[in-house]
Write a protein that binds this ligand. Structure first.
Ligand SMILES: NC(=O)c1ccc[n+]([C@@H]2O[C@H](COP(=O)([O-])OP(=O)(O)OC[C@H]3O[C@@H](n4cnc5c(N)ncnc54)[C@H](O)[C@@H]3O)[C@@H](O)[C@H]2O)c1
Length: 495
């Protein structure tokens, strides 16, 4: 099973039924800080179906109809969170690869539907969850009436689609990162979530968020360990250079519904190279191509910027600028740095936020720390020093004569933000309880909108001013075309 960060231990912990999590109610405002100063199967490219795969499709169609006959019953909460009467009925979209990391969490519930465009992978999921109805088209799957919640582990370019469709059908959604593949998708998902957030739980699959270091960093920033927060950044060193889309090679095997794999994205010919990665790592075979992913922005960027984002209480940026590799119309840049301006909020002044990838790096505080030794990290700069962090640890660097630490008192144990417990279990609990998760579609859509706006600035080739309320670049008309993507006929983002 895949993890985006090789040494991570997230997902391996036991489930904790933590019902007292603090999401949305982070305690304490440090009084030494300045008060706020402002503010289908479509037809394109499908190979002729063999007799065998037609038979298979016919079977899937008829089982889909049986699955659609279920009834939604009110949930009874009489016998505990995982009592038979209180289990969620779950649909798993994408049943191999990253999906396997969720099998343990899913096993405690009823998996009633499975969907994968690769029938071998569907069979892999069905071996684990034999009672589930099987589909190859997630749109048909989501019509199954007894589904309460969806785990989406498909390709990046389908995440926003599946998330919207699921919420529009009254289903809770756990969606793998990244939540969207362009700015508009992030905004549409957020709008759908805003309409449904009083009845649906959501979570984006940035499971490292369960590491307690995330909230220790947040507490230090909020409590003034580095004085007034001035800027924050995150970086990642993953580099997967590719020249362009793979050339046509052979035909899709009869167990692969290639046209559905392409989904809403423009047609690209089949090449087995898109499918050669191991379980949970196959995303590294396709996520650098503009029509399938957003490169390291959406890949490790989703995880590592989360470490900073958790401490910033930021909404949308007012500007973005970027520099990196020369623009390639087929492949997202390997080397890239992006910078954003954010307005003040009720506990801090205006800040700058940056993302660095593929060899671009922030400057080290005093050169004393070799940031390059931290593969995926975040740094906060304040008026009295720096915090440098990776997923599981942090370093405090007081700086200048005034940094005598008298202004900072670490929290007592009783004031610490409580642990989240297991990340997937947090979502399952939320579906059955108060709907609150740490990385809901509000939190995560803002973050990915910022990151993807960085790619818009990269394509525009200049600093852009952004009106987050309107979702418009205000000083470069040409840049607005990069906020959205073109979809193939027959695919609707918010269906
Ligand atoms: N949170 C993490 O740490 C983490 C780790 C790895 C991958 N991921 C994310 O998980 C997702 C999947 O990554 P992967 O490496 O497993 O990819 P993958 O290419 O192996 O695809 C996963 C599964 O989805 C199926 N699939 C593809 N398109 C589909 C569609 N339209 N409908 C139904 N099934 C479809 C594939 O056949 C495969 O079985 C990516 O978005 C990736 O970013 C997250």
């Amino acid at each position: 099973m895949g993890e985006d960060f090789v040494n991570s231990t997230a997902n391996q912990g036991q489930f904790e039924l933590d019902v007292s999590h603090p999401f949305g109610q982070y305690p304490r405002m440090n009084t030494t800080q300045k008060p706020c100063s402002a503010n289908s199967g479509g037809a394109d490219g499908a190979k002729p179906a063999s007799a065998r795969s037609m038979k298979r499709r016919q079977f899937l169609k008829s089982t889909a109809l049986i699955g659609a006959g279920g009834l939604i019953l009110p949930r009874m909460k009489l016998f505990g969170a995982d009592a038979p009467s209180n289990k969620l009925n779950i649909a798993l979209l994408g049943t191999w690869g990253r999906a396997e990391a969720h099998f343990d969490a899913l096993s405690s519930q009823n998996v009633v539907a499975l969907c994968d465009v690769n029938e071998k992978h569907l069979a892999f999921g069905a071996a684990k969850f034999p009672k589930a109805t099987q589909y190859v088209d997630w749109r048909k799957c989501l019509e199954q009436k007894d589904i309460d919640a969806v785990f989406c582990c498909t390709l990046d370019h389908t995440h926003a689609f599946a998330a919207n469709w699921a919420m529009n059908r009254g289903k809770h959604v756990y969606c793998e990162k990244p939540l969207a593949n362009c700015v508009e998708e992030a905004r549409v998902v957020r709008a759908t979530w805003l309409k449904n957030k009083d009845k649906l739980a959501t979570q984006v699959g940035t499971q490292r968020h369960e590491f307690q270091n995330f909230n220790r960093v947040r507490e230090m920033v909020r409590d003034g360990a580095i004085g007034q927060l001035e800027s924050a950044c995150a970086w990642g060193n993953r580099q997967i250079p590719r020249p362009g889309y793979l050339p046509a090679e052979g035909n899709p095997p009869d167990y692969l519904h290639y046209d559905l794999w392409l989904g809403p994205s423009p047609f690209h010919p089949y090449n087995p190279g898109y499918f050669t990665g191991g379980p949970g790592a196959n995303c590294l075979q396709w996520n650098m191509y503009w029509d399938f992913g957003s490169g390291q922005i959406g890949d490790m960027g989703s995880h590592t910027m989360d470490l900073a984002w958790n401490a910033l209480d930021a909404g949308l940026p007012t500007s973005a600028e970027a520099k990196g590799d020369p623009f390639n119309p087929e492949v997202t840049p390997v080397k890239l740095e992006t910078h954003f301006d954010f307005p003040a909020n009720d506990w801090r002044s205006a800040i700058r936020v940056a993302w660095y990838q593929g060899g671009a790096m922030p400057e080290s505080p005093q050169g004393a720390i070799d940031l390059k030794k931290i593969d995926h990290g975040a740094m906060f700069e304040g008026s009295k020093g720096y915090i440098v962090a990776d997923f599981q640890s942090r370093i405090l660097v007081p700086e200048h004569n005034g940094a005598d630490m008298t202004y900072y008192k670490p929290r007592g144990k009783e004031d610490l933000i409580p642990p989240l417990g297991n990340f997937q279990q947090q979502f399952i609990n939320a579906c059955k309880g108060d709907l609150k998760t740490s990385c809901d579609f509000g939190y995560a859509s803002n973050m990915i909108e910022m990151m993807l706006l960085g790619l818009v600035a990269f394509r525009a080739g200049k600093k852009i001013q952004y009106d987050g309320a309107a979702g418009q670049v205000t000083d470069c008309a040409e840049a607005n075309q990069y906020l959205s993507r073109n979809y193939r006929e027959g695919w609707t983002l918010n269906g």
